[in-house]
Design a binder for this molecule. Structure first.
Ligand SMILES: [Zn+2]
Length: 144
């Protein structure tokens, strides 16, 4: 038994361009339309369980504890929602390590994580990466 290193490694563009932001806004509008049409709550992008009434009132998924994207902002102002996500990339916190992608100067590799005994790491960088990946538009923003 021992602590394990838990973290995210994300590759993404050094700068998220206007075209990618436009795609992300389109994706968010599509997601909102799907939620409205199905009448079902959105699905957590981390554990793929539907958000419950409880988690919609709070700010974390009941199942896995992932910070939820701001669903209200997604509905009312998708442009601002995407802008806020773009401002989070690449995260700049003490638990984050960033380096240029070898062979591709337009991309960066970002790692954030920590040693833990089983819980999710508490670092701000880890939380930022998790939120970005759970934003519903990570792929459109070029994050993988
Ligand atoms: Zn979840």
């Amino acid at each position: 038994m021992g602590a394990d290193m838990i973290g995210y490694i994300v590759v993404g563009p050094k700068l998220i361009g206007p075209w990618q932001q436009k795609e992300a806004v389109r994706k968010i509008k599509l997601l909102v339309k799907e939620w409205n049409a199905s009448g079902k709550p959105p699905v957590c992008q981390t554990c793929f369980v539907e958000y419950s009434e409880a988690s919609l009132d709070g700010c974390q998924c009941d199942e896995c504890g992932t910070e939820m994207p701001d669903l209200e902002l997604m509905k009312t102002d998708p442009e601002r929602y995407v802008r806020e996500m773009v401002e989070r990339w690449p995260p700049d916190f003490r638990d984050v390590a960033t380096r240029d992608m070898p062979g591709n100067r337009d991309k960066v590799i970002v790692f954030a994580g920590d040693m833990t005994w089983g819980d999710s790491p508490e670092g701000a960088g880890y939380a930022a990466l998790r939120l970005l990946l759970n934003s519903g538009c990570a792929e459109e923003l070029g994050l993988e």
